[in-house]
Design a protein around this ligand. Structure first.
Ligand code: ADE
Length: 258
């Protein structure tokens, strides 16, 4: 049976020092958010994984007001849809101007290497652990938050490198989706997690859900923690965890096993 990565204390220490080495050579990831609600993000930058990653110098994040890139007196960012229909559509000009000022490019082909221009939209490709891992390897990620009925399609056609949805449901805007992308990405930056090995063994990193976790008390309202976890037998525990992860995946996400 293949051991899990970082299963022994020696392996964990080795991994941690490799991660520290890597970290010291890395430039911080730059994340720019383009939104009509920059204040939406203010509080969350100061909590949890985002606060930790910022404090460790792994990332810089800025939320920009799209209206700063309008040129009319009223800072209009939306307009009626051609062809009729309900609601308003976000205009292309301020978004192209924002991307140009943040990257120097206003076409996908000239976006610098290591830069991703991401449009959050329900029409995008679904975010996965693999796509978050790709964003974590970038130097610069720009997140464009749509609002209203949608974003003029020329944005997706010409300047966006990735159109991303966080799931098959419609949010009132791309802002919560941008936060999800940021959280999933930042926790994969080496050094961002409290326990640096935990991103290696968690859900989806090997195409399966994570194994079940337990802590004290060993018995709660008649429910006992699986005995094997109390034995200290690491090989048995590793085997139990693999089997339990497989069971849980079969039950909750059989699609992952196809
Ligand atoms: N904007 C609205 N709904 C969305 C979704 N499901 N994912 C990403 N952005 C969105």
């Amino acid at each position: 049976m293949t051991p899990l990565i970082g299963e022994t204390e020696d392996e964990r220490v080795d991994l941690k020092s490799k991660i520290r080495n890597l970290k010291s050579k890395m430039k911080p990831l730059r994340v720019d958010i383009i939104t009509i609600f920059p204040d939406y993000f203010r509080a969350v930058f100061d909590y949890g994984i985002i606060r930790r990653a910022r404090a460790a110098g792994l990332v810089t994040i800025e939320a920009h007001d799209l209206r700063a890139w309008t040129s009319d007196k009223h800072h209009v960012v939306d307009d009626r849809p051609f062809g009729g229909g309900d609601g308003m559509v976000m205009k292309p000009e301020p978004i192209f101007a924002a991307v140009k000022s943040l990257t120097g490019a206003n076409r996908r082909e000239t976006v610098p290497p290591g830069t991703r221009v991401v449009l959050l939209s329900p029409q995008g490709q679904t975010l996965t652990q693999a796509s978050a891992a790709e964003f974590a390897k970038c130097e610069h990620v720009i997140l464009i938050c749509g609002r209203y009925e949608g974003v003029d399609e020329r944005v997706a056609d010409a300047v966006v490198t990735d159109e991303i949805s966080i799931g098959d449901y419609v949010l009132s805007g791309g802002e919560p989706a941008a936060l999800v992308v940021i959280d999933a990405t930042l926790r994969l930056l080496p050094g961002a997690l409290g326990s640096e090995t935990s991103a290696v063994t968690e859900s989806f990193s090997d195409g399966m859900l994570d194994y079940p976790h337990y802590t004290r008390p060993p018995e709660f309202e008649g429910m006992r923690v699986p005995e094997v976890l109390l034995t200290g037998n690491h090989a048995e525990i590793a085997r139990w965890r693999r089997e339990a992860a497989l069971e849980k995946t079969k039950r909750n996400r059989p699609d992952l096993l196809k």
